[in-house]
Structure formats: C-alpha cells, structure tokens
Design a protein around this ligand. Structure first.
Ligand SMILES: *Cc1c(COP(=O)(O)O)cnc(C)c1O
Length: 226
C-alpha cells in the first residue's frame, strides 16, 4: 500500500472495469485523490503518476500545502467549510464539494461577489441522517437548493454524499441509489441539470460508479492509511 504510483494504477484500473461493467465511458468518472493529512512530498508521487486533481478537507492544511506543489494541479474542498474560512478557501479550490447549508451558500455568494469570483459547488446531502455528519436532509434538499439557485455567484453542479461507514461496499449501494434518485427528482422539479454526483470512497467507489458516480474521492486506496 506504500507505493502511491502503483496504488493509483490499480485504482484507475478498477474505475475502468467498473465503468465497463456499467456500460459507461470511463472518461465519465473523475478520480479525486484525497490527500488530506499527507505531506506535499507524498502528493508529488501521485502527480508523477499522472494525477492532477486532489481533495482536501481543511483550509489551513490546504493553504500550506498547495503552494508547495506545481500550479497546474486542481483542488477540491471536501470538508466542512467554516464560515470564517470561506475567503481563504475560494481562490484555492476549483470546486467546493461540501456546501451543507443555505447560510453557507449565502456567505459564499456574498464573499464571491466581493472578491470577484464565480465559485463552482456541489451540495452535500446527509443521506442517512447521521448526527455526526454535515449535509442537507434529503427531505429538505430540493427546497433548499431552489433557494440557493437565487444566489447569482455560485454555480451548483450536483450533489455529494458520504454514506455511513460500512464493512461491506454493498451496504453503501442503497445510499448511492437514493442520492441519484434525489438528483433525478431535483432535475425534474427544478428544471435544471445537476450533472455531478460525487460519491464513493476507497472501500466503495466501485459500487458508486455502478450507481452513477461522476466523481469518486479516494484517499486511503492511493496514499495508504492516515
Ligand atoms: C477522507 C475523505 C475521503 C477519502 O476517504 P478514504 O476512505 O480514505 O478513501 C473521501 N471523502 C471525504 C469527504 C473525506 O473526508
């Protein structure tokens, strides 16, 4: 598990196989290498293996790490974004995957306006209603997103979810199916496209791809244990 380039190769192969099984072109699934807690030197091993998109969950850590790495890398924010970190986060990340409340979306919109930015975002949904996790409750997600659509600066591209930690990848499948159904229903009700579904981590990304993921967030499977 220590050879980052070899791990990447294996993960890419598994993504391609899952796409083939699901009858999807493999270009449809973007791999986000989750580099949180790992130092820049380790990220560089993945870059040498051809990986350019990375996920971070803390603004402070990302702010220190990103300048140590070449400029053509792209970064996604995948953690809970504190309101007092928005201004620092916006210029660092090409996508905020984890907008988890209307208030956060409003503040991002306001700061983006002030700073002349047009951030791309995903909306995080708490599919299983876990108290320990952030995200909109599925029952309120459509209404809340319809309110977010009035915010002129943010571009909502889809949904993200972190299902309950499961021993078996198959146990994640119903949550992935539910997220996809929720997305389809929102597209119908709101009359818009939400093309991105960010779902699936190291232990269940294959199942997520079978259920329609367009982004998988893989940390341990690439960089080893944190
Ligand atoms: C840490 C993290 C991941 C990666 O988890 P692994 O199990 O190490 O692949 C994916 N998504 C989010 C939101 C995370 O915080």
């Amino acid at each position: 598990m220590d050879d980052v380039a070899e791990n990447l190769e294996r993960v890419r192969h598994e993504i391609a196989e899952a796409c083939a099984r699901a009858g999807r072109p493999s270009g449809e699934v973007q791999l986000i290498a989750v580099s949180k807690t790992h130092p820049a030197d380790k990220v560089r091993l993945a870059v040498e293996g051809g990986q350019l998109v990375f996920g971070e969950s803390r603004v402070q850590e990302a702010k220190a790490k990103i300048p140590l790495l070449a400029g053509r890398l792209r970064w996604h924010f995948i953690g809970h974004l504190q309101k007092n970190k928005i201004r620092q986060a916006l210029p660092l990340f090409e996508l905020i995957q984890s907008v988890d409340s209307l208030e956060l979306a409003q503040q991002i919109d306001r700061i983006a306006q002030e700073d002349g930015l047009h951030p791309r975002v995903l909306i995080e949904v708490n599919m299983a209603g876990e108290g320990s996790k952030h995200g909109l409750p599925p029952s309120q997600a459509t209404t809340t997103i319809s309110q977010m659509l009035e915010l002129p600066r943010i571009a909502i591209e889809g949904l993200m979810a972190i299902p309950p930690l499961a021993r078996e990848p198959e146990l994640s499948r119903p949550h992935f199916q539910a997220l996809r159904r929720l997305r389809d229903e929102m597209e119908r009700k709101l009359g818009l496209k939400l093309p991105q579904l960010s779902m699936g981590m190291s232990n269940d990304f294959v199942v997520a791809i079978e259920e329609g993921a367009t982004m998988v967030r893989v940390g341990t499977g690439i960089f080893g244990a944190r």
